[in-house]
Ligand binder design. Structure first.
Ligand code: NDP
Ligand code: TDO
Ligand code: MG
Length: 295
């Protein structure tokens, strides 16, 4: 199978290069190879590679920066997935695309199901939701995987930010009223490979395309997540100034940022687990594995 993979240097794209390797010929691109905000360049790339499958973890993920850079965020997060869908439809190819918990307003008290209505609170969330729609309108042969709080050994993320801050400061303040599940890039890549294998086995006509929530099991707050990461660093003997008890809980109102984040990012993953017979491990397992690699 000929696979076009975007975002090869990102957290998820990096892990996908590993996980997809045994499944076909992977043509992996980063922003230096093709700027996804250039729709014509993207079309030309797809037409020359002629993939049977496009996998798109590339995105404009700088949530706060997007508030003042909406045009670029829209080009990458909305227009590009639409172009991928159009070109895939012409080629008879399928598209696997990644989206986010930030499509929701975060006010729901129960975990979000795929059928729950969205309500993006940020430019990032809005452009990602519009990207889902652009893709879905262009081709029925799409899988949209909505995930949350991605963390990987390769690339930037909250866990690495906490380790960096804890090395310099003896006290950190972290919001304790936003809840979700940190999800490892490796888990996302491995589940994606599982879906690709099923498409290869069953063929596109039988495959249950659509939108699925995919996140690690359990839930936490950013505050408790930071305490976990710093606690593991202390256990590993890292020279850091802050200890878990010096990570202070604060309300969102005490940490003003340009973009609004959802209070609840909890995703209900029942559908993907039952449809594809998957077990999703607890978030601490994925984060712990990454910390073993980077500490
Ligand atoms: N990070 C998170 O916490 C979450 C992410 N998601 C979604 O999961 C997916 C993967 O996220 P993640 O791996 O963390 O993202 P990263 O930010 O780690 O990587 C995104 C990649 O997108 C590429 N990219 C950005 N702009 C362009 C452009 N104009 N042209 C070409 N490539 C571009 C970058 O390429 P390069 O490095 O070459 O510049 C980068 O490697 C995304 O769809 C994201 O929206 C969902 C929930 C949470
Ligand atoms: C660095 C820092 C952050 N925070 C808060 C801000 C925010 O509410 C929360 C997380 O901060 P970040 O900026 O790392 O998170 P953010 O970039 O909003 O992370 C999001 O990225 C996008 C791409 C997604 O799709 C989401 O699922 C989510 O992972 O922690 C503190 O309270 N104290 C701190 O010292
Ligand atoms: Mg961020």
């Amino acid at each position: 199978m000929n696979i076009l993979l975007t975002g090869k240097n990102g957290q998820v794209g990096f892990e996908l290069q590993r996980a997809l390797a045994p499944l076909g010929t992977v043509h992996a691109v980063g922003s230096a190879d093709c700027d996804l905000s250039d729709a014509n360049a993207l079309r030309a790339l797809i037409q020359s590679v002629k993939p049977q499958l496009i996998i798109n973890p590339a995105a404009y993920t700088a949530v706060d920066r997007a508030e003042a850079d909406a045009e670029k965020a829209r080009a990458v997060n909305t227009v590009a997935p639409g172009v991928m869908g159009e070109e895939a439809q012409r080629l008879g190819a399928a598209v696997i695309h990644f989206s986010t918990d930030y499509v929701f307003d975060g006010n729901q008290t129960t975990p979000y199901k795929e059928s729950d209505s969205v309500g993006p609170q940020s430019v990032y969330g809005q452009t990602k939701f519009d990207g889902e729609r652009a893709l879905a309108q262009a081709t029925p042969h799409h899988i949209i995987l909505r995930t949350s709080w991605v963390v990987g050994a390769h690339g930037g993320n909250f866990a690495k930010t906490m380790l960096r801050l804890a090395a310099d400061r003896d006290e950190l303040k972290v919001v304790a009223d936003q809840f979700g599940a940190p999800t490892s890039a490796a888990l996302l890549a491995d589940v994606t490979a599982h879906l690709v294998r099923q498409i290869q086995r069953e063929g596109a006509t039988e495959f249950p395309f659509g939108t699925y929530h995919l996140a690690a099991a359990g839930e936490t707050s950013w505050h408790e997540y930071a305490q976990f990461v710093i606690g593991e660093a202390v256990k590993a003997g890292k020279a850091i100034k802050a200890t878990p008890d010096r990570v202070l809980p604060i309300p969102t109102t005490a940490y003003p940022k340009p973009a609004r984040r959802p209070q609840s990012s909890r995703l209900d993953t029942t559908l993907i687990q039952s449809t594809f017979d998957l077990h999703l491990p607890h978030w601490q397992q994925g984060v712990g594995h990454i910390l073993q690699q980077i500490l």
